[in-house]
Design a protein around this ligand. Structure first.
Ligand SMILES: [Ca+2]
Ligand SMILES: [Ca+2]
Ligand SMILES: [Ca+2]
Ligand SMILES: [Ca+2]
Length: 222
């Protein structure tokens, strides 16, 4: 279970100093869930991440810092809002806004996706929401927004920092819910072309991106 506190003053700039005091959860090859269709990750500096969530009256915010030895975004053009984010270094946020724990969020003509789905940001700032209920909707205050910044951590370790702002509208809601289903993954491409690894916070290893039964409960506090 995750708990989100109400917070003001988050700025989508790829810097995470505005998240001070909010607890980050660390996800490594040892404690996360690997998509079984991808190859294993053996080293934390190949792929690991930490993330945090908070919210205000209008939106959910997610901050992510990914450690990754080689940064690649050859599959998604700069500025794209519809692209195969999963074939590049990218972060995907998964929302089960009606919290119905669907076994396949994309089944039944994608009817369940109007309550959320998948929102992805690529290391070059490209975005994709074609597997949410709101394709090509990135970039507006009433939809969803984000920022990406490539940085070096102490010791010269390459990292990418992401900040998401996902309006409650993107969950089919017009106000903050009390609880939603939530998951997050990092896709890793180290050699161009298609992805190498996909590491999830939680999930069903065979279909982690659609099986909401395995998502985490996210409690949104007043
Ligand atoms: Ca920030
Ligand atoms: Ca890597
Ligand atoms: Ca790629
Ligand atoms: Ca990579």
């Amino acid at each position: 279970m995750l708990v989100s506190e109400k917070r003001t003053g988050i700025v989508l700039d790829g810097a995470l100093d505005d998240w001070e005091g909010i607890r980050f959860q660390r996800v490594t090859p040892a404690n996360g869930v690997l998509d079984a269709s991808t190859i294993p990750v053996y080293r934390e500096y190949d792929l690991s991440f930490r993330f945090a969530v908070c919210h205000n009256d209008d939106a959910l915010y997610v901050a992510v810092e990914v450690i990754d030895d080689v940064i690649n975004s050859d599959s998604c053009p700069d500025g794209a809002i519809s692209c195969p984010a999963w074939d590049d270094d990218a972060v995907e946020v998964f929302i089960d806004g009606n919290h119905n724990h669907a076994e396949d969020a994309r089944a039944n003509d994608r009817a369940d996706l109007k309550f959320g789905g998948e929102f992805a940001l690529v290391a070059n700032g490209a975005a994709n929401s074609d597997y949410s209920g709101y394709p090509k909707s990135f970039g507006r205050e009433d939809t969803w927004q984000g920022s990406v910044k490539q940085v070096q951590l102490p010791g010269g370790i390459p990292a990418v920092r992401y900040e998401f702002r996902i309006s409650w509208n993107m969950m089919g809601l017009n106000a903050r819910p009390d609880r939603i289903g939530f998951n997050i993954s990092v896709q890793d491409d180290d050699d161009g072309g298609r992805r190498d690894h996909a590491l999830y916070f939680v999930g069903n290893p065979s279909r982690p991106f659609v099986d909401e039964r395995y998502f985490a409960d996210l409690i949104l506090k007043d």
